[in-house]
Write a protein that binds this ligand. Sequence first.
Ligand code: SAJ
Length: 417
Amino acid sequence: MKSICVIGIGYVGLPTAAMFASKGHRVVGFDLNKEAVDALNKGKIIIEEPGLEDLVKKTVESGMLSGSTECPEDCDVYIIAVPTPINEDKTADMRYVRSATESVVPCLRPGNTVILESTSPPRTVEDLMLPILEKSGLKMGEDVYVAHSPERILPGQVLYELRTNSRIVGGINEKSAMEVKKLYESICEGEICLTTATTAEMCKLMENTFRDVNIALANELAKMSEELGVNAWEVISLSNKHPRVNLHFPGPGVGGHCIALDPWFLVEKSKNALLIKQGRLINDSMPEYVFDKIKTILGGFNGQRVTLLGVTYKPDIDDVRESPIMKLRGLLEKENIEVCACDPHAEKAGCIGDVYSASKGSSLVVLCVNHKEFADIDFNKLKEVMSGDTILDTRNFIDKEKVEAAGLKYMLLGNGR
Ligand code: SAJ
């Protein structure tokens, strides 16, 4: 069993730390965010993720997991799981990876391992981390093992995916990769594949880019369908019956801290990332596209009230990072219109939890996120509280027949029929 320091106890670091602790490793979660560290030491979490609080509570109570605002010196393994945001100009902001790496340097001893889990631009381990780690005077790859093992967990099912997904371990040499593989074997039942650090960085970015580009294709299909009198959702459903086609789904945009950012890391590093850049621009155009649609439906902005159902970046979580709905909300709020955001998962982002109070007096209700709470809306009750009669569904989530049976009008993003 190892002693492990996980640097960064956010969406990735915390579940990873708890998982290692649950398998008998002694784990310290190091973060500069005192609120997160204090919560951890009380066995609590400040994010929403099914099952995570139970696991954190159990491992803290067992004494295997604790939090600290200082990097502990006596660990065998340092796992860096800090954010890699993007700057205004769409280049990667590597501040946190750099400072996390620097904080490890004084702690390093022969036999230690340093792992980067944060999604990073290609060559981060080789060009950014190694020169910093070498300041310890130790030989990387010989005295200290170094690898990139990107996280691939899906928010909302993090614990399950941590355990069952396959994992890529990219070492700066074979010895490093082997050492890191042994460690992850204690928490990961999936296949663990070994490669180089830079290949691992590229794999992670291409996985998220694959999804982003495919969503862009679906969003382009939605726009074309509205133009050409076709229902994009029917096209997707029928086309996906082909054994080698898997069209993704359109929507009001791509959010979250991964898919909406990671492709830019490739655009930054390679002049050949043309399709990738175009995909990003298409997905980023969706909040504005929905905004224009709302304007058309309302016949211009004249003091009406509009309700947005859902503001998080995807269903059944509380994460509003890079949420396209927050962008849409911001665009609408600049107009002569009253915007009411309803989201039972995001009351701390200034939202009303209840659909009917949020829709009171609204001319238009827009379904933005397919939270399970919105699956059984009573449209008769909704009609009673609304002042207008239109529902715009941007996710193909609402039952058109139920809406129409209540005497409301149903409109669907991507349906040009
Ligand atoms: N979305 C669409 N249409 C679709 C699918 C998704 O508009 O057909 C939108 C969602 O509404 C959301 C965004 O895309 O706004 C991203 O959501 P997601 O569920 O596709 O992915 P994330 O960002 O929550 O997690 C992704 C995952 N990557 C892949 O599936 C390739 C996850 O496995 C990664 O670990 C995670 O990024 C990460 O941390 O990199």
